[in-house]
Design a protein around this ligand. Structure first.
Ligand code: HEC
Ligand code: HEC
Length: 280
């Protein structure tokens, strides 16, 4: 028996992609009077001209949910995280609130993440900062990645940077990790033998089955998805996309996804932080 491997050419001949049917919008996103940048000139290292937030590719109904914090279903989880903020835990019996003046203290932080943490000699994303405080400063357990409590806390802290322009550093100590992330982005994997770039760079704007393909940006994360009615983390989303192309996903929080997070975040340099966004 011959084992047949599906290649991207086969995937294309299976009519995975259909031409653009619904034009993407570039309306401004205005939340409670604040205009949030959803398109920008692409960073120099990209071959495309413009970077576009996933917001532009969603339907009018989905977009509307993100323009009003009372309608945005993600805000329920932000409220839960505010309770968590005040909850003392661990051997130090301390809450976030005991050491930090308030979540507002982290304004601007989300726009720079992931970034190199000099003290720890490692790349840190928001989850890493949160768990570092929990384990090293509170003596508490780390929160499980891509699970509701962590995703809610990431949403609360991301919200403090809403509208800030993403400016993730790609040089210096992170240069090699960024290069690794770029390599992963362009490497074909899985039974469908596809790379992130085949969908999110070569085919954004086209339809894939019922979905309007975006550039796969992460400026809107964590994202509330109508499909699963919860917050979704960046790594959770990467995992879902890898599953869809029938690849074995890398570990959430692992070295590959963290490198990919840095690279994908930098592809959005120039866009604004939208988290928590609403997606389908
Ligand atoms: C015992 C004190 C303490 C507690 C409790 C604590 N932190 Fe921290 N946290 C710090 C210190 C000290 C730093 C490093 C200095 C700084 O940036 O404020 C820090 C840094 C951070 C940073 C990185 C800030 C930056 O700009 O680099 C984040 C995010 C953070 N904490 C979130 C939290 C959250 C969320 C909680 C609760 C789960 C928490 N912290 C609990 C003391 C604490
Ligand atoms: C077969 C096509 C395909 C491949 C390959 C693929 N994705 Fe996706 N991805 C999708 C679809 C469809 C969606 C949902 C619609 C959209 O936002 O583009 C999506 C959504 C996303 C989103 C959410 C964007 C937003 O604004 O909410 C991110 C992030 C993402 N993908 C990252 C990746 C990464 C990283 C890879 C490579 C590991 C990858 N994708 C591979 C099809 C793909």
């Amino acid at each position: 028996m011959r084992i047949i491997t599906l290649t991207a050419a086969v995937a294309a001949s299976l009519a995975l992609f259909a031409g653009a049917s619904s034009a993407q919008v570039t309306d401004p996103l205005v939340v409670d009077g604040q205009t949030i940048v959803t398109s920008a000139p692409a960073p120099d290292f990209l071959d495309i001209d413009e970077v576009l937030s996933g917001w532009n590719f969603r339907t009018a109904e989905t977009r509307a949910l993100q323009t009003d914090d009372f309608e945005n279903p993600a805000m329920i989880f932000v409220d839960q995280a505010l309770d968590d903020w005040d909850t003392a835990e661990g051997t130090a019996n301390k809450a976030c609130a005991d050491c930090h003046s308030g979540p507002e203290e982290f304004a601007g932080l989300r726009a720079e993440l992931p970034r190199w943490n000099d003290d720890q000699g490692a790349l840190f994303n928001m989850e890493a900062y949160i768990n570092f405080c929990r384990t090293e400063r509170m003596g508490a357990d780390s929160l499980k990645l891509a699970k509701p409590r962590m995703d809610a806390m990431v949403a609360l802290l991301s919200l403090q940077s809403r509208g800030d322009i993403i400016n993730v550093a790609i040089d210096g100590p992170v240069a090699d990790i960024w290069e690794r992330g770029r390599e992963l982005y362009y490497t074909r994997v899985g039974q469908l033998d596809m790379a992130c770039a085949n969908c999110h760079e070569d085919n954004y704007g086209n339809m894939i089955r019922a979905d309007h393909l975006s550039q796969g940006q992460i400026n809107g994360f964590p994202a509330y998805r109508l499909k699963n009615a919860k917050l979704n983390s960046t790594h959770g989303r990467f995992k879902g996309c890898m599953n869809n192309i029938r690849a074995t996903p890398f570990a959430v929080g692992g070295e590959e996804f963290t490198a990919l997070e840095l690279y994908v975040a930098s592809r959005g340099n120039g866009l604004a932080v939208e988290g928590p966004s609403v997606r389908n």
